[in-house]
Design a protein around this ligand. Sequence first.
Ligand SMILES: NC(=O)c1ccc[n+]([C@@H]2O[C@H](COP(=O)([O-])OP(=O)(O)OC[C@H]3O[C@@H](n4cnc5c(N)ncnc54)[C@H](O)[C@@H]3O)[C@@H](O)[C@H]2O)c1
Length: 720
Amino acid sequence: MTELIRTELDADGVLVATIDMADRTMNVFSAGLMDALDALMDRVDRDPAVKSCVVTSGKPSFLAGADLVMVRGYCDAATTASHAQMFEMCGRLGRQFVRLEASAKPWVAAVNGLALGGGLELALACRTRIASDDPRLQLGVPEVRWGLLPGAGGTQRLPRVVGVETALNMIVGGEPVKSELLFAQPGQKLFDRLIDGDLVEGAAAFAVEKADEHAKGGPLPLVRHLKATHPNPDAYFQFARNTVKAMAKHFPAPVRCVDCVEQSVKAVGIEDGLTFERDTFLALMGTAESKALRHAFFGERAASKIADVPDDTPQRTIAKVAVIGAGTMGGGIAMNFLNAGLPVTILEMKPDALERGVATIRKNYEAQVRKGKLKPDKLDGRMALLKTTLAYDDIKDADLVIEAVFEEMGVKETVFRTLDGVMKPGAILASNTSTLDLNKIAAFTGRPQDVVGMHFFSPANVMKLLEVVRGEKTAKDVLATVMAIARKIRKTAVVSGVCDGFIGNRMIEQYSRQATFLLEEGCTPAQVDRAIEKFGFAMGPFRMGDLAGNDIGWAIRKRRYVEKPHLRYSKTADLLCEMGRFGQKSGAGWYDYASGRRDAIPSAVVVKMIEDHRKALGITPRKIGDDEIVHRLVYALVNEGARLLDEGIASKASDIDMVYLTGYGFPLWRGGPMCYADRQGLYNVVQAMRKFAANPLDDAAFWQPAPLLAKLAAEGKSFT
Ligand SMILES: NC(=O)c1ccc[n+]([C@@H]2O[C@H](COP(=O)([O-])OP(=O)(O)OC[C@H]3O[C@@H](n4cnc5c(N)ncnc54)[C@H](O)[C@@H]3O)[C@@H](O)[C@H]2O)c1
């Protein structure tokens, strides 16, 4: 037997097989474990001394499903491999479980902890299952999160033991469920027994019982022999299909999960259902949506790794946090740490600013309580962790201080010089600046190695993205600590080098430039927004400008006109600001807004302003199709993304995608701008850019392909 499964045969003929993969924190179905399972089944079938087999785990969890790296390999092959090859690779686990069911000896799954995907499917193929009587034990089938479904019998066997509706909710939702909820189901057949004491001992005794019963001619139960039923299947499955279609419009997998579970009820026999499940699984593997979800999954993991900061880099302890500035960002930033149970002290210049800031935090928590998202006692607990002060002396012991004061270098300088004077040695000094040079900020202190950017996005307590800005002198242990704290506050952290706008805003500036060129050539703001929102962006560039405040972009452009006079900008956005139309905050922007409302109403005044501007430039408007709008906006992102990679500001294309998926509302099912460009083919992207460059009303310099993009396109390669 291989070392992945330890076996021990007891005096009663019970073979206890303990899965324990030495190099993993959790057991997963790798090719090696599948080999080991084959060998175990051979032994159980052939060795007359073995009367029954108990399968359990040597880890705190039972089995966490398939090895994701292996599945990724299979999925990537799905685009090139034949159906037969894919069937051979991906169907193996399902075939193993069918073989397990056919064993003439009782197999008992002793589920000691978390069982996910293939782990749960293994238990369902055993003749009986017992579990630790532990309310924290969780079970789940998370494959839908990858745009897939449980493909080793889960959609056929799970409904037979927990009921059709519970099974479908688990399969479509993908979230693990506490086992106590499943135990409480009337008539559940998932577990034959719950064991309070030693699980393996209990399982062995149960296995002896089953083997004895069988020896006396008793039947060996199998999940496949149970029936999955529903009192009104046609109406139920139609309802389920409509619901998941509405909830997951762009993803095919949830609807296909419904189709498969329907087969558990309607197929003539389980074999037909299993075949249907396997074919559906194979078809889903090749979909663009599944590929995008896998890309995002691995992109998130990859973003947390920094090439020259090894996993074992020592970290600094973060037990106390301070935030400077209780404005829009400071309050939201503080909430992240309060939510994670860390005490926070907010420092302000004036008492009224502090009061306003704290009142906003409380209001946000109260809104969560009203919506049932937070228990009232948790609100009190979180507010109790919050302190306020006007004196730096009160924050000198903080391990991490995050500055979120006005975006002016002079103000930042005062704050960082003061922090340098008062903070304890080793404290991490972070800035939330969006545009200022972090290296300059670090140079205001005598400890630039302790200075780092933590660029949160608004609203900071909601948005997933955190750009971690690595200064020239930022120490590795500071980076390692900040990446770890980002995980603790549940952010997706992406490292960016120092440049104007970092990754996200530097790219969005090019996208916004293109959006205004489109206005000059013939579009209205609503037309541009509609096209890109149809593509899947949460919000088009003009609605976004109105939300963020058009004056922010105006200030940046004024700076650019001086710093980079050769860059072409459309004047349309400046004209808008000259009209005082700063967006929602001034009640008017690219759109009109009814008092107290956020609905964007197309504005005749703005359309006229754009038309007048066109006339002044002597431009005859033309009709521009959605495809052109989308490609000009998205390829503007892609080209700037390629420049960021060239310059080493972003270290991986997937980091750029994570920034756009988690911070800028890029459609998840398209995987991010770089993944999207790869799917289009970089050669085609460059060809489209050449066409845009030839448009005299566009900007030929803008569309000069970044060196990396040109190189990859010429070599027939991709970013990711
Ligand atoms: N608003 C956003 O969407 C956003 C997003 C990302 C980053 N940022 C950055 O976050 C920072 C803060 O932005 P904001 O939108 O929260 O601004 P804000 O104007 O809402 O808040 C700034 C707060 O800082 C306080 N303050 C100013 N000088 C101070 C000092 N010397 N000591 C203590 N407190 C001081 C002010 O009283 C105010 O309450 C800026 O650097 C900004 O670029 C903002």
